[in-house]
Design a protein around this ligand. Structure first.
Ligand code: 8Y7
Length: 283
């Protein structure tokens, strides 16, 4: 499967690891914007060395309950990072944003993929995405980040998520976005209880069977912490267990904070799949 991005094509015939860069203010340094930009790019380059094949850059935290940021702040956080990283590497860059203005500026600065947790639902977002030529990641979320974990409810979480994604695909294709430019994401942790998350994960193959590359982001999330009862800095092994299973179900991209370890988990899982999983052979 080949994904068409702005100016490049991304081969998704084997599973790729996407490294997460938070271009949010660094509370440990008051060195200003240039220093935090340099630090963000330095971590991105380290992730690339460790095997990341996509870098996801975000300037607004979408954790449950997080405050939103202004357009100006978000632009000043992410654009310098994208420009500097683009000047140093050819890697596909993904911009994590819900704002059409940020999407447009980010792609102009060198981003290739728009990663929108609201699946391009802001007014004008679909049009901006189409104009930019970037690939888009359409993620399912119930509610808004501020309140989504208060009381998430579904008829059937798997059917509801698939149905939502189908409708978002339809809107994108109608606007002229190519079917070879779309990534799907069930949106683990976004308006879902732990039970919803595991139910959905267990049926990940039904999302994969929709025929688009699927991105899975579970790195350090509560769905891990709630099972092993450990804080975020002790969730690596739990995350690797889920990452390996996502690969097994046919996920195309694993989004993670822990690139080196996740690459290893993906590689051995893909090797194993060569020997027993038809999907692993034909992808
Ligand atoms: C996801 C994501 C986050 C995810 C996609 C976190 C921005 C929360 N999670 N984007 N973003 N999928 N596509 O814990 O699961 O990383 S933020």
């Amino acid at each position: 499967m080949k994904l068409k991005c702005a100016t490049r094509a991304l081969d998704l015939s084997s599973c790729k690891v996407m490294g997460i860069i938070n271009a949010t203010p660094d509370s440990f340094s008051d060195g200003g914007r240039n220093l935090s930009t340099a630090k963000a790019v330095q971590s991105a380059l380290q992730m690339i060395e460790q095997g990341a094949e996509i870098i996801d850059i975000g300037g607004e935290s979408s954790r449950p309950g997080a405050e939103s940021v202004t357009l100006e702040d978000e632009l000043s956080r992410v654009i310098p990072v994208i420009k500097l990283l683009r000047s140093k590497s050819n890697i596909p860059i993904s911009i994590d944003t819900v704002k059409p203005e940020v999407m447009r500026a980010a792609v102009a600065a060198g981003a290739d993929i728009i990663n929108d947790i609201s699946a391009l639902s802001a007014p004008g977002a679909i049009e901006v995405a189409k104009e930019s030529g970037a690939a888009v990641c359409l993620m399912h979320m119930q509610g808004k980040p501020q309140t989504m974990q208060e009381n998430p409810e579904y008829g059937d979480v798997v059917i509801d998520v698939a149905e939502y994604l189908k409708q978002r695909i339809e809107n994108c294709v109608k606007a002229g976005i190519g079917t070879d430019q779309i990534i799907l994401d069930p949106g683990f942790g976004f308006g879902k209880t732990t039970e919803h998350n595991y139910k959905l994960f267990a049926k990940l193959d039904s999302i994969v069977d929709m025929g688009y590359p699927v991105l899975v982001g579970v790195s350090r999330k509560s769905m891990i912490g709630n099972i092993i009862d450990k804080p975020v800095e002790q969730r690596l092994a739990g995350g690797l267990a889920l990452a390996a299973n996502a690969v097994k179900f046919g996920a195309a991209i694993i989004r993670t904070h822990d690139v080196a370890e996740t690459c290893d988990a993906c590689k051995v899982t893909m090797e194993l799949m060569k020997y027993y999983d038809q999907r692993g052979q034909s992808r």
